[in-house]
Ligand binder design. Structure first.
Ligand SMILES: C[S@@+](CC[C@H](N)C(=O)[O-])C[C@H]1O[C@@H](n2cnc3c(N)ncnc32)[C@H](O)[C@@H]1O
Length: 203
């Protein structure tokens, strides 16, 4: 069936996405998971914006880690979609705010996913050795590259959605880092891109 995102997904996946959206709307007034203004456009601003990253996941990836997941974007959307299309992909969500981590765990429980939620600071964790690392709206690119150095597997790939500042962030990060970069235009925001990054090393 085709769901609200225009994705061809099973009834189970569609129901999981709906359960997630319902819980988000219910919990949002208490813990501000997404801005109130973006709630009206939840499907595009958050769900579709997250879902587009799955197309950039190598088919043989086994571990996906999402850093600073907040309300679960993009990691929890990826976990729901991958449960159907890439069942061998283990997804880990890292979120240091205890209330947001509790929300993520509630959605995982209610949807019957096997996704891990880690309520800790990214810097404090042992290396996650992720094949794919994602982070949206977490930190400037230089900081994200330090997280990639810590948590990516040797041949892993980082996927960082970025807004209009992406060119200056890439230029600034080249003072300290070397990496291979591919830019993918965002399907949900003409100003935005997804930075696909491999081979991260310090200058
Ligand atoms: C601006 S929010 C973005 C949330 C989500 N990725 C999104 O795009 O909607 C950043 C999130 O990262 C979390 N965070 C910030 N620094 C962190 C750290 N060092 N370790 C773990 N989580 C962190 C915050 O608690 C917050 O929920």
């Amino acid at each position: 069936m085709t769901d609200d995102l225009g994705l061809n997904v099973s009834r189970e996946t569609s129901e999981r996405l709906a359960t997630y959206a319902e819980l988000l709307v219910k919990w949002n007034p208490a813990i501000n998971l997404v801005s109130k203004s973006s709630l009206a456009d939840l499907q595009t601003r958050h769900f579709a914006d997250s879902a587009q990253l799955l197309a950039l996941c190598p088919p043989d990836a086994r571990r996906w880690a999402d850093l600073g997941s907040g309300g679960g974007f993009p990691g929890l959307v990826i976990a729901i979609l991958a449960a159907e299309s890439m069942p061998d992909l283990a997804v880990t969500l890292v979120e240091s705010d205890g209330r947001k981590a509790a929300f993520l765990s509630a959605v995982v429980r209610e949807t019957g996913l096997r996704t891990s939620v880690v309520a800790d600071r990214i810097e404090s964790l042992p290396p996650l050795a992720a094949d794919v690392l994602s982070a949206r709206a977490l930190a400037p690119l230089s900081q994200l590259l330090a997280f990639a150095e810590q948590h990516l597997a040797p041949n892993g790939r980082a996927l960082f959605p970025k807004g209009a500042t992406h060119r200056s962030e890439v230029a600034e990060s080249l003072a300290d880092w070397r990496f291979d970069l591919r830019e993918h235009p965002s399907k949900t925001d003409p100003q935005a891109v997804i930075l696909e990054i491999e081979g991260v090393s310090r200058v």
